[in-house]
Design a protein around this ligand. Structure first.
Ligand SMILES: CC(C)(COP(=O)(O)OP(=O)(O)OC[C@H]1O[C@@H](n2cnc3c(N)ncnc32)[C@H](O)[C@@H]1OP(=O)(O)O)[C@@H](O)C(=O)NCCC(=O)NCCS
Length: 397
């Protein structure tokens, strides 16, 4: 007989072990280091004869949405031990968690998916996308003459908490889908062996200083053979952006550069003289669940003022099923349950993707996922939900 409940303080270590087993990982981190960032009340564990065989957790974290920023439920640690998979344990935990978040009054949840086939069935939709790049060194020339007035300086790992969090914030302002990396995470990163030891496979930080002395960008990279791998490159100005890429491309004894998570609207492809040489592949970033459709629609801002009646299908959340009249504008929004005939009909996971600005309603419609009931409603919805910068999730929580 399986039991599902949150864990007590003395079950925390057992819970972390069960998660490590499910992921097939070593338990590298000392569970006591993780404990302060763990909210027992938000944990879920499935017990089989007293042993934890599955678990999940969520914590409150700030995420940007179009025109605003809000605290959402960051869902993590979803894990079922290989002894108990495909018996519906995750399904039970996900249903329980969605109901729990609704009772807590939390309108949005987000997670990172190990497989993109898993979470749509629970109403999650792709909330952001990113690109992985590879380029050979001989093709990294810029189309415009390059000249820099700044300097690039290595940052000692112990110093990354000083200037870099500010650069991260400035670079990701106005961008939906971003989690601001909390300071304790920067601190933990600064002490990780791969940062402090450097060397083959080690991580290096280099910052760009503008003429006047302000830090306007940084890159985190490692060298793998003759390949330079950019983990993160954040540039708050165009000068910092071109200087940091030029730096990465020109490091001696490398003959290619790889970048792991670039925004889909990154300017670099447009800066290259021979852009076809940049190999690009796209992948889903964060997945978002509208736990409370009406509350979530009220929280974001809209590019153009307008009204829409949306009919939403949501098998798991009866409170989300039905019609919602949205009056949105750049300054705010109202949303209420409605009995008017719908302009658009769609499922809750597709609405989450359009909500974040990851896809337009017109594209969803062409995919057969949105039904336009009022002529012109697709265009109206696209204009309202448009974003200047497409969502990007450069770092996980
Ligand atoms: C992914 C995981 C949590 C799934 O748990 P589970 O208890 O086996 O899932 P369920 O039995 O509730 O499966 C629900 C559905 O999802 C499908 N599914 C679950 N995991 C899947 C996977 N990795 N790939 C494809 N489909 C999967 C199941 O086939 C099932 O589909 P069905 O309803 O059509 O039969 C579990 O396999 C696990 O912990 N894996 C290792 C860690 C991991 O990947 N965690 C996820 C982090 S995001």
């Amino acid at each position: 007989m399986l039991e599902m409940r949150s864990i007590t303080p003395d079950e925390f270590v057992q819970w972390t072990r069960a998660e490590a087993r499910a992921h097939g990982n070593r338990l590298d981190d000392d569970p006591e280091m993780l404990r302060p960032h763990f909210d027992l009340d938000r944990s879920i564990a499935v017990f089989d004869q007293g042993e934890i065989v599955g678990g999940a957790h969520s914590h409150r974290i700030e995420m940007s949405i179009p025109g605003a920023s809000m605290v959402i439920a960051g869902v993590a640690n979803i894990a079922v031990q290989p002894t108990h998979t495909r018996q519906g344990l995750m399904t039970r935990m996900m249903h329980h968690q969605i109901n729990d978040l609704h009772e807590r009054g939390e309108p949005l949840a987000a997670l990172f998916a190990s497989e993109s086939i898993i979470y749509r069935r629970f109403g999650y939709g792709i909330g952001s996308l990113h690109e992985r790049w590879t380029i050979d060194r001989q093709h990294t020339g810029f189309s415009r003459p390059y000249d820099s007035h700044g300097r690039i300086v290595f940052v000692d790992p112990v110093d990354i908490t000083k200037e870099l969090p500010g650069v991260f914030r400035r670079t990701t302002m106005d961008r939906p889908g971003v989690f601001q990396r909390p300071l304790h995470q920067w601190e933990r990163d600064s002490q990780a062996p791969e940062h402090t030891h450097g060397g083959q496979g080690g991580l290096f930080y280099a910052a760009y200083y503008e003429d006047g002395g302000s830090v306007d960008g940084y890159v985190t990279y490692r060298i793998a053979g003759a390949n330079l791998v950019v983990n993160e490159l954040m540039a708050a100005t165009k000068e910092a952006n071109s200087a940091l890429w030029r730096f990465c491309f020109d490091v001696d004894r490398t003959n290619s550069t790889e970048a792991l998570k670039r925004p889909v609207d990154d300017p670099l492809p447009w800066m290259l003289a021979d852009p076809r040489r940049l190999q690009r592949s796209i992948r889903d970033g964060v997945w978002v669940r509208l736990i409370d459709v009406a509350a979530a629609l009220k929280l974001r801002r809209y590019m153009e003022s307008g009204r829409l009646v949306l009919e939403v299908n949501d098998e798991l959340c009866p409170w989300n099923e039905g019609r919602f009249e949205l009056a949105g504008s750049p300054d705010g929004a109202e949303c209420r349950v409605s009995s008017s005939s719908p302009d658009l009909v769609l499922g809750v996971s597709d609405l989450a993707s359009a909500y974040m600005g990851a896809v337009s309603f017109s594209t969803l419609s062409r995919a057969g996922l949105v039904d336009e009931r009022t002529p012109g409603a697709l265009l109206r919805a696209d204009c309202m939900f448009a974003v200047q910068y497409p969502p990007w999730t450069p770092c996980n929580f």
